[in-house]
Design a binder for this molecule. Structure first.
Ligand SMILES: [Zn+2]
Length: 599
């Protein structure tokens, strides 16, 4: 391994002792909390010490789990790492049982009792987590009903998701290659084929793939109907006001924020459509099919190999330009050997950043192969790392932030790098077009593709309330969403009626509407970056304050007190979309010079 993990544990034996003690303590706390009656003046002191106990377990668990995550990603073939992973997964389930005890404690407590508890000095700074549990308690059924729902969930709600996974892991489709070769491929390979630079390959994977999916459509529709049906009943019993309510809670976004953002996205669709038109032109076309959305943006010759040292120097210079704290923090990550980057057999794909609240150290995992995209991934993960650093010293119960805000921190890192590279100015027209094209590709994903999924899911839940929805009707809802949102740049016949069946996200049973948080993260980081461009490095103080506060409250509250922004106002999101304008205009200007002429 490249990275030094001794900051976590001196050796694996040290880890094993640590996790054994943690298991015992976790079990002990669970037993003792389970016997405490709900929050009331007489149990207040017990729940206060229970909060401390939980927080202690939480920090130690995060430490152990971060370490195992690093080992398993870097050397996935080592059996003891795989065993450690499954042991940590069991422990995670035990730790989550602890938080359910707090939900139970708060469910029947009246406001006065809850507020009195929260006003204790040792508890006050843990408010974010406690309020979350309190809200969860407000939207829960009586404990015995929740227990029944959880038990039935194994063979009900979650079983539909598992059935979908099992069925799709066996599903194959006929692939007819452009040279006439035929084979039957697993549907899991279709996604990478639809990102192939050759359009004929994409079309073949699309058509053959949908032949495969249409054979499974009845089963997929049954799963989708029953997942949604179960949720509709549970939401009503839990007094959740809308189908998006649970997802909004998970994303820490208010309903008003979501609506303001979606209004701006639909009003600003023309901006994203222009980005997609440019993608079409880069492919030598005037319009695209749904199967072109993941196609690479290819212009000119690919970039030459960028050595690792050059990559680090580029990220470092770009970060230093914005803030010495950020730049020096990144330099420290490199110098202390906190990054595992070399390609190696047995390494898992993908990239992530992980950190420990026990040691305040972070680690970055990636497979660096010298492309411009890899340099960008490094800046992305370093953005996550700096987020963890900004939260140093905050108690664990006040630093749990949602995915929406996590991705804002990392995307900001990518934008700083892109800006730094542009200012250093070592690009010819084609390289510059490629870079702009990649960036605008995100706009297509987050402002067209994701809103299509959101609009579809809303429409589907709406109809599902009245009864089961047929395969034909589900497909019609999907095509309508694609046509309405992508508009004329989606060629007629280029829609994907079975996208609802092939997209795993619709079948996740732990979370619904797993779409809008992506758009939120994209636009929020763009808006913040726009402020950085306007205000210069002096903006970084507010940005760090925002990062530090991300675990404290819902996004609009954090943004309002640290940045003075109103996320519930459509104007905020419109400004974020308008920030794409300069890149669009520049690429439109470069287009005649660098793109193939249209046929
Ligand atoms: Zn990320």
């Amino acid at each position: 391994m490249d990275w030094d993990l001794t900051g976590y544990f001196h050796d694996f034996e040290g880890y094993e002792t640590f996790v054994s003690e943690l298991e015992v303590d976790c079990k002990g706390l669970l037993t003792s909390l389970h016997s405490v009656p709900p929050l009331a003046p007489v149990t207040e002191a017990t729940w206060a010490s229970g909060t401390d106990g939980y927080e202690n377990i939480l920090a130690r668990f995060a430490h152990a789990s971060s370490y195992v995550g690093c080992l398993a990603a870097a050397e996935s073939h080592v059996p003891r790492h795989q065993q450690a992973e499954s042991r940590i997964a069991s422990l995670a389930a035990e730790v989550s049982k602890l938080s359910l005890e707090f939900v139970r404690a708060f469910r029947t407590a009246d406001d006065a009792t809850f507020e009195a508890f929260m006003s204790k000095p040792a508890i006050a700074t843990a408010r974010p987590a406690l309020e979350r549990w309190r809200r969860e308690a407000t939207h829960s059924m009586a404990p015995d009903l929740e227990a029944l729902a959880a038990d039935l969930g194994t063979d009900g709600l979650h079983a539909w998701g598992r059935l979908y996974n099992r069925m799709t892991s066996d599903l194959r489709f006929p692939m007819v290659w452009p040279d006439g070769r035929r084979e039957r491929l697993p549907v899991s390979q279709r996604r990478s084929l639809m990102a192939n630079p050759d359009r004929a390959v994409r079309v073949a994977a699309f058509r053959g793939g949908n032949e495969g999916w249409s054979g499974a459509a009845q089963l997929c529709a049954a799963a989708l109907n029953h997942i949604a049906g179960t949720r509709i009943i549970l939401d009503a019993r839990r007094k959740r006001p809308s189908s998006t309510h649970a997802a909004l809670e998970q994303a820490a976004i208010s309903e008003a924020t979501l609506h303001a953002m979606m209004r701006a996205v639909s009003g600003g669709a023309s901006v994203a459509r222009r980005a997609l038109e440019l993608k079409a032109r880069a492919m030598g076309q005037t319009a695209v099919g749904w199967y072109d959305l993941e196609a690479p943006f290819e212009v000119g010759e690919p970039d030459a190999f960028i050595p690792w040292e050059t990559a680090c120097a580029r990220v470092s210079r770009s970060f230093h330009r914005a803030s010495t704290d950020l730049g020096s923090y990144f330099d420290r990550c490199v110098a202390q050997n906190w990054i595992d980057y070399r390609p190696r057999a047995g390494k898992r794909p993908g990239a992530f950043c992980t950190s420990s609240e026990v040691t305040d150290e972070t680690r970055i995992f990636m497979t660096y192969q010298g492309t411009a995209g890899d340099v960008s991934t490094l800046a992305h993960e370093a953005g996550h790392a700096f987020h963890a650093e900004a939260m140093r010293g905050i108690r664990p119960l006040a630093r749990q932030y949602p995915m929406t805000l996590a991705e804002s921190a990392s995307t900001f890192g990518e934008l700083l790098l892109a800006d730094g590279l542009r200012k250093e100015g070592h690009f010819d027209d084609a390289a510059r077009a490629r870079m702009l094209g990649e960036g605008l590709g995100d706009a297509v994903s987050f402002l067209l593709d994701i809103p299509v999924r959101y609009a579809f899911e809303r429409a589907f839940y709406e109809e599902r309330r009245k009864g089961e929805v047929s395969v034909a009707r589900i497909s019609e809802l999907m095509v309508t969403s694609q046509r309405n949102i992508v508009g004329p740049v989606l060629e007629v016949g280029g829609e994907d009626p079975l996208f609802w069946a092939s997209k795993l996200h619709f079948f996740l049973t732990d979370i619904s509407f797993y779409n809008f948080p992506y758009t939120f993260g994209f636009l929020l980081s763009r808006a913040m970056f726009q402020r950085y461009l306007e205000e210069g490095p002096s903006f970084m103080g507010a940005w760090v304050a925002f990062l530090r506060d991300t675990g404290q409250a819902e996004a609009h509250l954090v943004a309002s007190r640290t940045l003075g922004e109103n996320l519930e106002d459509e104007m905020f999101w419109r400004r974020a979309i308008a920030s794409l304008e300069p890149d669009l205009t520049e690429l439109e200007g470069l287009a005649p010079k660098v793109f193939k002429p249209l046929p």
